[in-house]
Design a protein around this ligand. Structure first.
Ligand code: SF4
Ligand SMILES: [Zn+2]
Ligand SMILES: [Zn+2]
Length: 310
């Protein structure tokens, strides 16, 4: 006999392995939104009336982030989306077309920026040049640094009180494990649902910090949110993170709840660590004026290296 929802008499359509959770469509949507609201409330992610700018790629995570922030805060806080075109043909252009459509449907103002306009090169160019360099840095290493720089610069121009991203529980578990295995304690301590901005940096928030990726997909489908799902970035497989993604997936399948306990453990480490976390060493880049721990920021150094590469 089909199992019933734990909240009502309807047939359950989703069952979550880490707890006695079985839900019908309606109660799963409710359960998911409640958890996001709890993350926002307990970590004080959003202040009254401040503007929230959401970094929106067109994928499921940022789509759900934008949808829920707009649902929860749309009447009390200005919400805008920031779209970044890294210049990855047949991938980001398609994803951003979905993003623009959703923004229009949800009546959310958006601004679109591109690597090409900002740095004079696309990710396609950067990946080709990066591949030729010694040590072969992955395309994602460049992409991440350049994207973070555009996000911060334009979120500031848009007068954002907070910059929201779609990072989910899987991403954060991977980051914790990666930093542990790299013995990078400083970076480990910076992981969390909210990163307080250093000088010149818009504070970043992750409302989906406690949401497993699979549940985000289920939520998007059940809530009728359209997102770009046909295809992956062609450079994705270069990243070290992929090995961690696979590892986390295997462990979670075998030991349900392991992702929750990993971020819970990090929280305890942070609460028990007196060490200054952080951003204290961050100053301003001499070239572009964005936050930097050295005289010239990582993004400026990368662009210089890439434009010099033949
Ligand atoms: S997979 Fe890597 S290169 Fe592709 S969009 Fe993501 S970070 Fe950029
Ligand atoms: Zn139900
Ligand atoms: Zn710079």
């Amino acid at each position: 006999m089909a199992k019933k929802c734990v909240e009502c008499e309807k047939k359950a359509i989703i069952s979550l392995a880490y707890g006695p959770h079985r839900f019908c469509n309606e109660h799963f949507l409710h359960f998911f939104e409640k958890r996001v609201r709890k993350t926002i409330r307990e970590n004080r992610l959003v202040e009254e009336r401040e503007k929230i700018v959401v970094a929106y790629s067109g994928g499921k995570d940022s789509a759900v982030t934008l949808f829920l922030l707009n649902k929860i805060f749309g009447k009390s806080n200005p919400i805008e989306a920031l779209l970044i075109d890294e210049g990855i043909p047949k991938y980001r252009d398609k994803a951003l077309a979905v993003a623009e459509k959703n923004c229009k449907k949800w009546k959310i103002p958006f601004k679109r920026f591109s690597f090409e306009n900002e740095f004079g090169l696309t990710m396609d160019d950067a990946a080709k040049k990066a591949g030729k360099k010694k040590g072969k840095e992955s395309a994602c290493a460049y992409c991440g640094v350049l994207r973070r720089q555009i996000m911060n610069k334009h979120a500031k121009e848009m007068k954002a009180g907070k910059l929201a991203t779609g990072h989910n529980l899987d991403d954060e578990t991977q980051s914790v494990l990666m930093n542990v295995m790299d013995a990078d304690f400083e970076r480990l301590l910076r992981i969390g649902p909210k990163s307080e901005g250093a000088k010149n940096m818009v504070p970043r928030i992750k409302p989906l910090y406690h949401c497993p990726e699979k549940e985000i997909i289920a939520f998007a489908k059940m809530a009728g949110i359209k997102y770009f799902e046909k295809g992956a970035c062609p450079f994705k497989w270069q990243a070290k993170r992929n090995d961690f993604r696979q590892m986390v997936e295997d462990f979670e399948a075998k030991y349900p709840g392991m992702m929750f306990s990993t971020v819970k453990f990090l929280k305890e480490v942070k609460e028990n660590t007196k060490k200054q976390t952080g951003n204290s060493k961050i100053g301003i880049c001499n070239k572009c004026g964005e936050p930097s721990s050295g005289k010239v920021c990582k993004a400026c150094k990368m662009v210089e290296r890439l434009t010099q590469a033949k």
